[in-house]
Write a protein that binds this ligand. Structure first.
Ligand SMILES: Cc1cc2nc3c(=O)[nH]c(=O)nc-3n(C[C@H](O)[C@H](O)[C@H](O)COP(=O)(O)OP(=O)(O)OC[C@H]3O[C@@H](n4cnc5c(N)ncnc54)[C@H](O)[C@@H]3O)c2cc1C
Length: 441
């Protein structure tokens, strides 16, 4: 039974990048925003590599200098394939529109705290160690939200609008039982931070590296504190081979399967516990309803290969802020506002997923490993890699050419293409994978 009742105009569940972005934007527009975060910043979170197209959003939030202060500059991405003779470096500056030619790698404990404090500085009321436990929607009025704080105190909050930015907890999606696993994709990950890792040299030191191996791929993200975040994203069947092996041992054994990565980790020392997480590819049935919207991971997540999670979360918040503002100021336009929001939130995952679903095919690998950065087709690919996914109509011709080259390559190497698709089909099957050590639970 709730003890007290209080109120706000907009209640935001979760103070990660999505929640902090929309809370800042709506507070800046004069809305009475209350953001509740169940944990306390700074706290660990995975997802340390940002995209160039995050930068205009930081600028709008007044955070460019802060992100520069806590980050290490990322000018591009290195792809390392055991099936190709040499690594390929992609330079973000080679995208079709290179207004934003770089991004940053950040420690998420610092980054999320900066974002959270910014929302408070912009006027949002923010509360940590306060978990949203229940919600009851009241037709035409808003909602009643129940919370529980760290001292066990419960509270009931009356709000006109609920924004779900609860990340992988998917609060509203669970509430409405509308969360579905992505039938086209499935993978799991293990990760940790290491010191003593050999990084790239010179101005590209902060670039992300991606190493393919037989059971998936690794990320290699240099962090500003001198450590490097290393993670293996694997098919579920591979995770199942772990059996009773200790997770750290299994992770180290997996790294040993990738000689190119091992070479850079000869003197590496694990500095954090190894964490594993699974089943991270899912989608909610809808992104909104009367007096609520879902943002970022609370709505959907596909795969970390393109480092798009924080970017999509923040982009959904910008679209969400416009929709919520319109719903509150012109209720008669709410339906249209939410329709437009739904279109916006679907656009990013739609564009990225075409590439994600094909990333393990030989034809896609060959195109990524192709060196001709000056070709318009390659520039179109780099435009996707920087996160320029909301203006694809500007370069739709070159994207189409890329897709044609992909399909031509697939046909030319038909036997290996068919083999890769069968392997993928088998690999994404849901297995009873014992991924027990999950962060943030
Ligand atoms: C293995 C892996 C690697 C990744 N790598 C990258 C990467 O390199 N780059 C990238 O951009 N993205 C990456 N991502 C994705 C990225 O982590 C997420 O997309 C991003 O954090 C989403 O932001 P969000 O604000 O939607 O959710 P979150 O960042 O998860 O924030 C949600 C917040 O809500 C809080 N919360 C949850 N439930 C409640 C509740 N009931 N009440 C109150 N508070 C609540 C949580 O404590 C949390 O702070 C990766 C993801 C995975 C799984």
């Amino acid at each position: 039974m709730a003890e007290q009742e209080t109120s706000c105009e907009v209640l935001v569940i979760g103070g990660g990048p999505a929640g902090s972005t929309i809370a800042a934007l709506l507070a800046q527009r004069g809305r009475d925003v209350l953001m509740l975060e169940k944990s306390k910043h700074p706290r660990f979170h995975i997802g340390e590599s940002l995209l160039p197209m995050n930068m205009p959003m930081f600028e709008e939030l007044g955070l460019l200098d802060e992100i520069k202060r806590i980050g290490i500059v990322k000018l591009g991405a290195e792809f390392v394939s055991p099936w190709h003779p040499a690594p390929v470096m992609i330079d973000f500056n080679d995208s079709l529109d290179n207004t934003w030619p770089s991004a940053y790698q950040v420690r998420r404990d610092e980054f999320d705290e900066v974002m959270f404090k910014n929302a408070a500085a912009k006027g949002a009321r923010v509360v940590e160690e306060c978990k949203v436990t229940d919600v009851k929607f009241l037709p035409k009025e808003g909602a009643l939200v129940d919370t529980l704080d760290k001292d066990g105190k419960t509270q009931r909050i009356r709000t006109k609008f609920v924004v779900d930015a609860s990340g992988r907890d998917t609060f509203l999606s669970n509430h409405f039982q509308m969360k579905h696993r992505n039938k086209k994709h499935n993978s799991a990950a293990m990760f940790g931070h290491f010191s003593g890792v050999k990084r790239l040299e010179g101005e590209v030191e902060g670039n992300i590296s991606l190493f393919w191996f037989d059971h998936g791929w690794f990320w290699f993200i240099p962090l500003p504190d001198g450590n490097t975040s290393i993670g293996a994203t694997c098919w579920p069947y591979y995770m199942k081979t772990r059996g009773k092996t200790d997770l750290t041992q299994f992770f180290m054994d997996t790294i040993a399967m990738c000689p190119a990565l091992m070479e850079r980790m000869k003197d590496a020392k694990l500095e954090t516990p190894v964490t594993a997480t699974g089943n991270f590819s899912y989608l909610s049935e809808r992104s909104s309803g009367e007096n609520y919207i879902l943002l970022g991971d609370a709505f959907a997540f596909i795969d970390p290969i393109f480092s798009s999670g924080v970017f999509l979360a923040m982009a959904s918040s910008f679209a969400g802020a416009t929709a919520v503002e319109r719903c509150l100021s012109k209720p008669q336009e709410a339906e249209q506002a939410l329709k437009e929001f739904d279109k916006a939130i679907m656009q990013g995952p739609k564009v990225f997923s075409w590439f994600i679903y094909r990333i393990t095919t030989p034809a896609m690998r060959n195109l990524l490993m192709y060196k001709g950065a000056e070709s318009k087709v390659k520039k179109a690919l780099i435009s996707i890699l920087i996160g320029d996914v909301y203006r694809t109509e500007r370069y739709s011709f070159w994207l189409l050419m890329f897709k044609l080259m992909y399909y031509t390559g697939s046909v030319l190497h038909l036997p290996s293409t068919i083999k890769a698709w069968f392997k993928r089909k088998r690999s994404i099957q849901v297995l009873d994978v014992a991924v027990t050590e999950t962060y943030g639970q």
